[in-house]
Write a protein that binds this ligand. Structure first.
Ligand SMILES: [Zn+2]
Length: 267
């Protein structure tokens, strides 16, 4: 059974937002309704064909992918830790020094596409990172953007000042409300496959208490929604760190930061 989520289309945020990865290339920063319709049609075709006979190998990227660990484009100096199915890397243009990404090694577009072994290891990384940041008296927000032609699943993990999960959740809900986006609070530990069909766009943020907020963006929805919430005065108060391009460091600085994160996180 899929949860009902109310979503309202909204005007464009008044401030400028910028793209964050090659997935965001192109002049349109916002999710398009046509992509949703196409995903619905694809899902219907899959349903008509019936269940797959057996699990398929990971899908191949349509073109160069910066996040497939075996690919030529991946920036290996940002990698912090590698598991069997997933890996941890420093975010390029992160909001804060230990802003990291957890990603599958293979090419899966979203949590709703990933097989159980990938989801299980993503969960282990999330728990370990929460433990790590909590030990430093920090809270941790983890969000996934699966819209605007996302190609490779990325969990954005951002440490913030110690703030109760309820307050962080409310910050997302309030900011969403100000932008005309309705964020639903879902039951804790809801599997991604129960939030949305494969191929259906969504935004999901999770907090230290296991709770989350979720929306399926229809119409215009800011690509930088998660960063915009966290940049607000009540959370990080870093309005100049919304645009990842304003946060870029040199390769030497990135290498040093990844080594530092590895040294601190590995234990
Ligand atoms: Zn990929």
């Amino acid at each position: 059974m899929f949860a009902e989520v109310k979503v309202y289309c909204v005007p464009t945020p008044t401030h400028t937002v910028q793209r964050e990865s090659q997935e965001e290339a192109g002049p349109n920063f916002f999710f398009d309704q046509r992509a949703l319709d196409s995903a619905h049609r694809k899902q219907k075709r899959q349903q008509d064909r019936g269940p797959p006979a057996k699990r398929r190998p990971p899908p191949q990227p349509r073109g160069p992918c910066w996040f497939c660990l075996g690919g030529k484009e991946v920036e290996k100096h940002l990698v912090v830790s590698i598991g069997d199915h997933t890996y941890l890397a420093l975010s390029k243009g992160g909001m804060v020094p230990e802003h990291v990404l957890v990603l599958p090694i293979g090419h899966y577009a979203a949590s709703t596409d990933a097989p159980p072994e990938v989801l299980e290891e993503l969960g282990k990384f999330k728990s370990a990172l929460r433990k790590y940041f909590n030990s430093k008296d920090q809270s941790c927000v983890i969000f996934e953007r699966n819209y605007h032609q996302s190609q490779h699943l990325q969990l954005q993990v951002i440490p913030v000042t110690k703030i109760p999960s309820d307050a962080l959740r409310q910050a997302f809900i309030d900011y969403g409300w100000s932008m005309g986006v309705w964020l639903e609070t879902m039951p804790r530990e809801t599997p991604p496959s129960e939030l949305a069909y494969t191929g259906v766009p969504y935004f999901l943020a999770e907090f230290d208490d296991g709770g989350n907020v979720f929306t399926r963006p229809y119409g215009r929805f800011s690509l930088q929604f998660g960063r915009e919430v966290l940049a607000a005065p009540l959370v990080l108060n870093l309005p100049n760190r919304i645009n990842w391009k304003s946060c870029l460091a040199t390769k030497d600085e990135e290498t040093k930061a990844a080594l530092e994160m590895r040294k601190n996180f590995e234990p």
